[in-house]
Design a protein around this ligand. Structure first.
Ligand code: CUA
Length: 341
């Protein structure tokens, strides 16, 4: 009689399973749509990694279904029934033990051989025709130098589609990790050595990057963007970056330039023809960048003013000191920086 009732513990177990299912599948769409997704690769490097990921995922899914299916079948088929004799025992069954050892060795080979092949393929030396970009991971922002083009920028790396790029990764302070999920990677950026990452972006677009190695207080705020240009557009960007900064005739901007030149700003920042500091980001074409401060904020007057007035408040642990620039000074400085197209 009592068997007809569903016990509360069984109800709880079913609810728990349903909850886990909902939670697990809720990741599904964000996996596909998120700007940080790795499953929609946009470079050769990204495709190779994705192929391995898919191979491993499908192989392990098949194994999971086979093993769990076998387990459930056996649980049901050989369940304890009153009066039934115990099922045949297979302990010490040599052919069975050999077959499941061999089967999993084969699985390891299926997964291992392509994985090792891709590891070597992604370690190749750069070619002379590659676009070289020197990347420096600083606490907490990214610097990008194009040695062949005499361009230096920060937090936004521009690339031409279809051109192989060789990132030379260096860390002036602590260990960081360079990662643009849509373009593949990631690779550690380690002090006292140069790591390389070579890839060919295959689709124009704006891709999010992120430091992927804990590097201090604002590690999570150490972001960047890779902007992949259609053919021809990259050359325009390079020309604009190579040009001297635009001189604004605006009075407030001029006042800001004056303040910049007379303050400690010049010790850390380069603005071509104005200052030559190299500790912080090069600001020659600051206003050409859509984001700043580790790609944390949109380049808007409000954000730039807030940043100048209290960097630490905007990006905890920021190494840019608070120079006590407030009121007219911060407004003028922001006007100047925003004139630097
Ligand atoms: Cu740099 Cu985390």
């Amino acid at each position: 009689m009592t068997r007809r009732f569903v016990s509360p513990s069984r109800v709880r177990a079913v609810l728990l399973l349903l909850g886990v299912l909902v939670l697990a599948t809720s990741c599904g769409w964000s996996l596909w749509d998120s700007p940080m997704t790795t499953v929609r690769p946009r470079s050769d490097f990204g495709r190779w990694i994705d192929d391995i990921f898919m191979l491993i995922s499908w192989t392990t899914l098949v194994i999971f279904v086979a093993v769990e299916g076998g387990l459930l079948y056996c649980c049901w088929r050989f369940r304890d029934r009153p009066g039934a004799p115990p099922p045949r025992q297979i302990h010490g069954h040599t052919p069975l033990e050999i077959s499941w050892t061999v089967a999993f060795a084969v699985v390891l080979l299926i997964l291992g051989i392509p994985t090792i092949r891709i590891i070597f393929k992604t370690q190749e030396a750069p070619a002379a025709t590659d676009l070289r970009v020197d990347v420096a991971g600083h606490q907490w922002w990214w610097e990008f130098k194009y040695p062949g083009l005499n361009v230096t920028t920060a937090n936004e790396v521009h690339l031409p589609v279809g051109q192989t790029v060789a990132f030379h990764l260096q860390a002036p302070d602590v260990i960081h990790s360079f990662w643009i999920p849509a373009l593949g990677g990631k690779r550690d950026v380690v002090p006292h050595r140069v790591n390389r990452l070579i890839m060919t972006p295959e689709a124009p677009g704006e891709y999010y990057g992120q430091c992927a190695e804990y590097c201090g207080t604002s590690h999570a705020n150490m972001r960047f963007r890779a902007i992949v240009h259609p053919k021809g557009e990259f050359e325009q960007w390079v020309k604009a970056q190579q040009a001297p900064p635009v001189e604004s005739t605006d009075a407030l901007a001029q006042q800001g330039k004056d303040t910049f030149g007379k303050s400690a700003c010049v010790g850390c920042h380069t603005i071509a023809g104005v200052s030559a500091g190299v500790i912080g980001p090069n600001l020659t074409h600051f206003a050409s960048r859509r984001t700043f401060a580790g790609s944390l904020m949109q380049t808007t007057p409000e954000n730039v003013i807030k940043w100048i007035e209290n960097p630490d408040h905007m990006k905890p642990g920021a190494l840019m000191p608070n120079l006590g620039m407030t009121g007219d000074k911060s407004k003028a400085l922001a006007a100047y920086l925003l004139s630097l197209k």
